[in-house]
Design a protein. Structure first.
Length: 426
């Protein structure tokens, strides 16, 4: 693509990711008459199902049931505080909210969400994989209806692979590094790898899938958080080594996932791991699909020896009803309508949560990445399910970032991170 075409295309990409942008995503739109009977739905205007698709579905609901729905769009970084603030009011300004799986334990403990009823529990247990539903289970109750099966995959530039004589995606993390070294040595691309290692939740996500790639997890055999392990040392050392060797773009320490996707689609890096929303652009633009591809994230060779070939991180999101909403019954019907197979069958940019759609030949024909998504789903790792996860994550972000920037060594980082979290939980 010519540079001017790239620039125009990136502008269209930004507007498609953030439609109706009016500053910090503080816009809303209503369907039907704006009356006291309306349902108010708080949704994230970022990755995932796009605002245009949500608004069209909301219109369908209003026409069918005669109940107006107001949709409020905000950024991911605003969602947590917005839900917390709404929960402290006598009557919530929102009825239905999009909930990240990492908030489930806290929102359940604080009774911010209204638990699902028996009918919804039965439907999701019968129709949705436990790998998805369990993310919204806490204390033997489900607190949100599974809606978005977000997870990370490996994206790669086939043009650069061909230039080093490779035809297939790397089959291990070690092979990924080998490919990157060849590309850098030949001057194909200055930094073959680029990810979002900024000091925010994205950094914990990256560390999580890398930790799994080396055979580790966040908890020990007793179920308690255990981060100062041999697997954690290898994972964090691997990350720091990519920066030290000049294989990972140093700007990864300052970049969010949307910027990383732009850099990748512009051809300025060979490999990145990112969420499944990026597959939509490969599918919608054939000329991109010829140049770029996607594959499961491979594990390290040591982990391959025990039979775990892939790794990923979950970013599932569900539809929850706030406990202080006065429209719970109407909200239940809206949630069922929005999360139904009918909606997900016609919006295949993301993996449908319903198993029946995975086996539908028409769905498979429309989504060439369906099998990839289903495969990756079987290898996702979850971040800790804990009522104080947000505080735990902030500690992890701080310590991991200090190690990656060279402020402190890997061993010291893991020891300090473990001690800080244990002290926090006391």
């Amino acid at each position: 693509m010519e540079k001017k075409h790239v620039f125009l295309w990136l502008l269209s990409l930004l507007f498609s990711l953030c439609p109706l942008y009016t500053g910090p995503f503080l816009f809303s739109q209503s369907s039907g008459n704006d009356t006291d009977s309306k349902i108010v739905f708080l949704y994230m205007a970022q990755a995932g199902y796009q605002p245009k698709d949500i608004l069209e579905r909301v219109e369908e609901y209003s026409h069918r049931y005669g109940t107006p729905v107001k949709v409020v769009f905000k950024e991911y970084e605003q969602m947590y505080d917005e839900i917390q603030g709404a929960s402290r009011q006598k009557v919530s300004p929102y009825d239905v909210v999009l909930v990240d799986l990492i908030w489930i334990a806290e929102f359940a403990e604080k009774r911010i969400l209204h638990p699902l009823g028996s009918e919804d529990v039965r439907n999701i247990q019968e129709g949705i994989s436990s790998g998805l539903t369990d993310a919204f289970l806490y204390g033997d109750r489900y607190w949100a209806f599974p809606f978005l099966a977000n997870m990370q995959v490996l994206f790669l530039n086939y043009d650069y692979l061909q230039q080093i004589g490779r035809k297939h995606p790397p089959q291990s993390l070690e092979e990924l590094v080998e490919y990157a070294r060849e590309m850098k040595k030949k001057g194909i691309v200055p930094y073959p790898l680029f990810d979002s290692w900024k000091k925010q939740e994205a950094l914990v996500c990256e560390f999580a899938w890398i930790l799994r790639s080396f055979g580790g997890c966040f908890t020990g055999k007793d179920g308690r958080l255990q981060l100062n392990t041999e697997e954690s040392f290898r994972a964090l050392s691997w990350m720091k080594g990519l920066l030290d060797e000049g294989l990972m773009n140093p700007y990864a320490l300052h970049s969010d996932e949307l910027f990383v996707s732009e850099v990748f689609l512009n051809g300025d890096t060979a490999f990145t791991t990112n969420w499944t929303y990026l597959l939509r652009y490969l599918n919608e633009f054939p000329y991109l699909e010829k140049k770029f591809g996607a594959a499961p994230i491979p594990s390290s060779r040591t982990n391959l020896s025990i039979g775990s070939g892939y790794s990923s991180i979950s970013g599932f999101q569900g539809l929850g009803i706030l406990a202080n909403s006065r429209k719970k019954e109407e909200s239940k019907r809206f949630v069922r309508f929005l999360a139904s197979p009918d909606f997900q069958r016609t919006h295949l940019s993301e993996l449908p949560v319903w198993r029946t759609l995975w086996e539908n030949p028409l769905v498979e024909a429309k989504d060439p990445y369906l099998n990839l998504k289903v495969t990756v789903l079987q290898h996702v790792v979850h971040r800790p399910l804990h009522p104080r996860y947000r505080d735990i994550s902030l500690v992890m972000q701080d310590e991991l970032f200090q190690a990656l920037t060279g402020v402190q060594g890997v061993k010291d980082t893991l020891s300090k991170m473990q001690n800080r979290i244990m002290e926090l939980l006391r």
